[in-house]
Design a binder for this molecule. Structure first.
Ligand code: SAH
Ligand code: SF4
Length: 360
């Protein structure tokens, strides 16, 4: 288990990294920060920045002197830059984002067959959770992202690929351990005066941080919740996901039931399926027995290969049998095939380039 794995006493969730970066501010915060007397001036600036403008000098409804002043104060609108881009023939795009301190995260744009575009955003540099089958988990944890750094990933993807219909916090990191930044990012993504995305188009995925799930249930935002269950067998889950040693399956289920009671929302259970580890018929039956009375859809994610790991991809026949057992119990099952694989941008493959030298 990594040393940084949070214990029950230290869920580390409210660390709030960024204060004075424009992409992470509301119009009201911009007004205060910049000392504007008039609210409309801050609103103009906010409109530009939430609309994706990256250069102060092009904000042509602001007085020239004001644009120049902003340029002199901040340099550029965004604090991060794109340090590499990889496109996959399946339409996916992976960006490596260089952050202001030289560290890096990755984000991915996934396009489905109907052309719907989903931005998969990172919430932390690395991840402290150490899930055995996940590339990001093996990198360790560096720091939380600020709301501006989360929003900037969205803007970089949208300026390359146009309208983004969905956002999922399924990139690097555990979003419920950086809940305040994620909350602020969602506030900005859903602001009708800004980006204006519906809460229903946003998903937070967690490895099972029980206090975070309860905080979300109590304080919102009410977005979609996905939980990386992986397996309904407690011992196996503790082996594959160290988080289960802090919050075991019964506690996780209580928190999910609490969440459903508070929000009325159906949740998604995600299962990364590993060949010969959690994909047998008895694993499917254990899941079907574990679920009631949870109202949940199950997403099966065949494990995406990570060369240095000894896990294997699941056998397609086994995968089919697994899904059928659940479906026969009336459970909705979606199998998510490997979008983004060609750029190592599929689930769990992020983090190839995390600590690359900024000067390279
Ligand atoms: N940290 C959050 C969100 C990011 S991980 C969480 O764990 O929920 C996104 C999903 O990718 C998780 O459901 C995880 O179980 C899955 N995953 C991780 N590594 C994978 C891999 N190599 N192949 C397939 N899915 C993987
Ligand atoms: Fe972190 Fe999620 Fe990977 Fe687990 S699966 S190590 S929580 S990113």
């Amino acid at each position: 288990m990594p040393e940084t794995l949070p214990s029950k006493a230290d869920t580390g969730s409210d660390e709030y990294q960024s204060v004075l970066y424009l992409t992470g501010m509301t119009a009201g915060e911009m007004q205060t920060c910049l000392g504007y007397d008039q609210q409309y001036r801050a609103k103009q600036l906010y409109k530009w920045i939430s609309g994706g403008a990256a250069d102060f000098l092009l904000m042509n409804n602001l007085p020239k002197a004001e644009r120049e002043k902003l340029k002199a104060m901040f340099g550029s609108v965004r604090s991060s830059t794109v340090s590499s881009e990889l496109s996959d023939p399946d339409g996916s795009l992976k960006l490596q984002i260089r952050l202001r301190d030289g560290s890096a995260v990755e984000c991915v744009l996934l396009e489905d067959i109907e052309g719907r575009k989903t931005a998969c955003l990172s919430s932390q540099v690395g991840c402290p959770m150490g899930c055995r089958f996940c590339k990001t988990g093996q990198l360790g944890f560096l720091r939380n992202l600020g709301p501006d750094e989360i929003l900037e990933q969205y803007h970089f993807l949208s300026e390359r690929r146009g309208f983004i219909s969905n956002v999922v916090f399924m990139g690097m990191g555990e979003p419920l351990l950086n809940l305040e930044s994620v909350r602020k990012a969602i506030l900005l993504l859903t602001d009708p005066e800004g980006i204006g995305m519906s809460h229903r188009k946003i998903t937070i995925s967690t490895s099972g941080i029980v206090p975070g799930i309860r905080k979300l249930a109590d304080g919102g935002p009410q977005v979609r919740l996905a939980v990386s269950l992986t397996t309904a067998r407690n011992d196996l889950r503790s082996e594959l996901m160290p988080v289960n040693r802090s919050w075991a399956l019964p506690e996780l289920k209580d928190a999910l039931l609490y969440y459903q009671e508070k929000t009325g929302e159906r949740i998604t259970l995600e299962l990364a399926l590993l060949g010969n580890r959690n994909t047998e018929m008895e694993d499917a039956r254990a899941l079907a027995a574990w679920m009631p009375p949870l109202k949940a859809q199950v997403n099966l994610i065949p494990w995406n290969k990570i060369p240095e790991m000894s896990f294997t991809e699941p056998d397609p026949t086994q995968l089919g049998t697994f899904a059928k057992i659940l479906e026969d119990e009336g459970i909705t099952v979606v199998t998510r095939f490997h979008r983004g694989r060609g750029v190592m941008g599929a689930c769990g493959q992020l983090g190839d380039t995390l600590y690359a030298d900024p000067g390279e």
